[in-house]
Design a binder for this molecule. Structure first.
Ligand code: NAP
Length: 490
C-alpha cells in the first residue's frame, strides 16, 4: 500500500505527529492509499515556506510564470488517461466523467498560462491635463485554498492555476476523501519547474487542518469550495482578520420544462443533469419543474429511461452511474428519501441502496407529486435523487425555482424565445442554461452563484484573475505643478 506525504517547502515530508488517514475506493471499499495527516505545526511550516517564496515568485515576470503552467498543462495532457483512472478509483465517478474532470484541469491550466501575457489593467483619461491614470494588478500574498471531493482535479486547478499566474504563493488543502489527484497535480507542477515553497500541500481533516488555514494571520485570502455550512463558518472566522474570502457553495438547481419543449431533448438533459456524477455536482439538477400539460408523458418517459441506467464500478466503460462518495453521504441520501416519503411525495423509482454491489451505491431515485415547500425540494441532498414538481405557467415555475436559499445554476427547456428571455431575466442564479441541463460549465466563463451559494465572487474566466489579484490605481502627474482633482476642474 502506497503512503503519501505532505509537500512543504519543496519537499515531501512526514507530518509532525506521524498520524495517518486512509483513502478508500467508494466502489469497492478497498483502501487505496495511506496519507500523512498534517498538524497545526505543519500548516504553520507550510505558511512560513509560502511567505518565504512570495517575494521571488511575485517578482518573476508573469510570462515566465506562465511557461511553467504551459509545461504542466502538457504533462497533464500526456497523463490524462492515467489520472482519469486514478480519479475513478478514488472518487467513484465513471471514467468518461473523470476524463472530463481532467480535461477541465488541462483547459484551466492552459487558460491561466495564457493570462500570463495579459493580467490586464485599465488606462483611462484624467480629468486634469498632463496626468496619466491606470490600474495594475498585484498578487494578494499567501492564499489558502480548500477544495471538495466531487471534482478532485478540476476544482484544485480552478484555484491553483489563477492563483499562481497572478503571483501568489499557496497553502492548499484538498478534501480528505480525494487527496491523490491533488498530490499528482503538485508533482506535475513541481516537475514543470515550480520553485520550492510556492505551492504547499497539507492534508487532513477540515475541522483541524482547514481551520488552521482559515485562522492563520499570514494567509491573506481564502478560496473555498464546499458546503454552505462550512462556507458560512469560514466567512465569519476569516472576516475577523479582514481576509478576502471567495466562496463557491451548494445548490438546489432547477430545470424548467415548458409545454413547448422538445421532450426528448429535455429527457436527455434531465437524466444527465440529475444522475451525472451520481447527482454529486454542485450544479446537479435536483428539481425538475414540468408544465402540467406534458407532465404525465414526461414522467413516464423519464422513469423508463432512468430504469435503464447501469450502476457499477466506473472503470467499466458500460457503467452509467457510479457510487456516492462515502458512507455518510449514503446515509444522508437514505435519510432524505425517508423525509420525502413522510412529507407525502410519491417514491416513483429507486429509494434505496443498490444491493448487492459492494460499494456505496444508491439507486437513481425519482419522487413525483412533490410540492415546492417539501424539504426534498428545498435542501441540497447531493446524491441521485430527483424531485418532479408540477407547474401551470412559466411565472409559477420561476417562483418555484427561486423559492430556495440557493442560486447556482438553472435551466429551461422551451422552443419559445420569449420564455427563454424571461427565464434569463427572472431566474435567481449565477448560471442559466437554455435547452441544456444545469451542469456543464466551460472554464473561460465566470462560474458561481447568488444567495446562499456564495458571496458574490466568480471563479474561472477572467474573473479567476480578479479572485487572486489586488487592483492598484495609479495617478501619474507630469504637469510639474500641484493639480487638484474636483477643485481645479468642475
Ligand atoms: P465540505 O464538507 O464543506 O468540505 C469541503 C472542504 O472543506 C473539504 O476539504 C473539507 O475537509 C474542508 N472543511 C470542512 N470543514 C472545514 C472547516 N471547519 N474549516 C476549513 N475547511 C473545512 O463540503 P463537501 O461535502 O466536501 O463538498 C460538497 C459540497 O460542496 C456541496 O454542498 C456542493 O454543492 C459543494 N460544491 C460547490 C461547488 C461550487 O462551485 N459552487 C463545487 C463543488 C462542490 P475534509 O474533506 O477533510 O472534511
Amino acid at each position: 500500500m502506497q503512503e503519501y506525504k505532505l509537500f512543504i517547502n519543496g519537499e515531501w515530508v512526514d507530518s509532525e505527529t506521524g498520524e495517518m488517514f486512509q483513502d478508500v475506493n467508494p466502489a469497492t471499499l478497498e483502501t487505496i492509499a495511506h496519507l500523512q495527516k498534517a498538524s497545526a505545526g505543519d500548516v504553520q511550516s507550510a505558511v512560513d515556506s509560502a511567505e518565504e517564496a512570495f517575494d521571488s515568485w511575485s517578482g518573476t515576470p508573469a510570462p515566465l510564470r506562465a511557461k511553467i503552467l504551459f509545461r504542466a498543462a502538457r504533462m497533464l495532457e500526456e497523463r490524462k488517461e492515467e489520472l482519469s483512472r486514478l480519479m475513478t478509483q478514488e472518487m467513484g465517478k465513471i471514467l468518461k466523467e473523470a476524463r472530463g474532470d481532467v480535461q477541465e484541469a488541462i483547459d484551466m491550466t492552459y487558460y491561466a498560462a495564457g493570462e500570463g501575457r495579459r493580467l490586464l489593467g485599465e488606462t483611462t483619461p484624467s480629468e486634469l491635463p498632463n496626468k496619466f491614470c491606470l490600474t495594475v494588478r498585484r498578487p494578494i500574498g499567501v492564499v489558502g485554498l480548500i477544495t471538495p471531493w466531487n471534482f478532485p482535479l478540476a476544482i484544485p486547478a480552478w484555484k491553483i492555476m489563477p492563483a499562481l499566474i497572478s503571483g501568489n504563493t499557496i497553502v492548499f488543502k484538498p478534501a480528505s476523501d480525494t487527496p491523490l489527484l491533488s498530490i499528482e497535480l503538485v508533482k506535475i507542477l513541481t516537475e514543470a519547474g515550480l520553485p520550492k515553497g510556492v505551492l504547499n500541500l497539507v492534508m487532513g481533516e477540515g475541522s483541524t487542518v482547514g481551520s488552521e488555514i482559515v485562522h492563520n494571520k499570514s494567509i491573506r485570502a481564502i478560496s473555498f469550495t464546499g458546503s454552505v455550512e462550512t462556507g458560512k463558518w469560514i466567512l465569519g472566522e476569516a472576516g475577523k482578520d479582514m481576509k478576502r474570502v471567495s466562496l463557491e457553495l451548494g445548490g438546489k438547481n432547477p430545470i424548467i420544462v415548458m409545454d413547448d419543449a422538445d421532450m426528448e431533448l429535455a429527457i436527455d438533459g434531465v437524466l444527465w443533469g440529475a444522475f451525472g456524477t451520481t447527482g454529486q455536482r454542485c450544479t446537479a439538477a435536483s428539481r425538475v419543474i414540468v408544465h402540467e400539460k406534458i407532465l404525465p408523458a414526461f414522467q413516464k418517459k423519464l422513469i423508463d429511461r432512468t430504469k435503464k441506467l447501469k450502476l457499477g464500478n466506473g472503470l467499466d466503460e458500460n457503467t452509467d452511474m457510479g457510487p456516492v462518495i462515502n458512507n455518510s453521504q449514503l446515509q444522508k441520501v437514505s435519510k432524505y428519501v425517508e423525509i420525502g416519503k413522510e412529507e407525502g411525495a410519491k417514491l416513483a423509482l429507486g429509494g434505496k441502496p443498490a444491493q448487492p454491489l459492494p460499494g456505496y451505491f444508491f439507486l437513481p431515485t425519482i419522487f413525483t407529486d412533490v410540492s415546492s415547500d417539501m424539504r426534498i425540494a428545498r435542501e441540497e441532498i447531493f446524491g441521485p435523487v430527483l424531485s418532479i414538481i408540477s407547474t401551470g405557467s412559466l411565472d409559477e415555475a420561476i417562483d418555484i425555482a427561486n423559492s430556495v436559499v440557493y442560486g447556482l445554476s438553472s435551466s429551461i427547456y422551451t422552443e419559445n424565445i420569449k420564455n427563454a428571455f424571461k427565464a434569463i431575466e427572472k431566474l435567481d442564479s449565477g448560471i442559466t442554461y437554455i435547452n441544456a441541463p444545469t451542469i456543464g460549465a466551460e472554464i473561460h466563463l465566470p462560474f458561481g452563484g447568488v444567495k446562499a451559494t456564495g458571496n458574490g465572487t466568480r471563479e474561472a474566466g477572467t474573473t479567476s484573475i480578479d479572485e487572486f489579484t489586488e487592483i492598484k490605481t495609479v495617478y501619474f502627474d507630469y504637469s510639474g505643478r500641484l493639480q487638484k482633482a474636483q477643485i481645479d476642474v468642475e
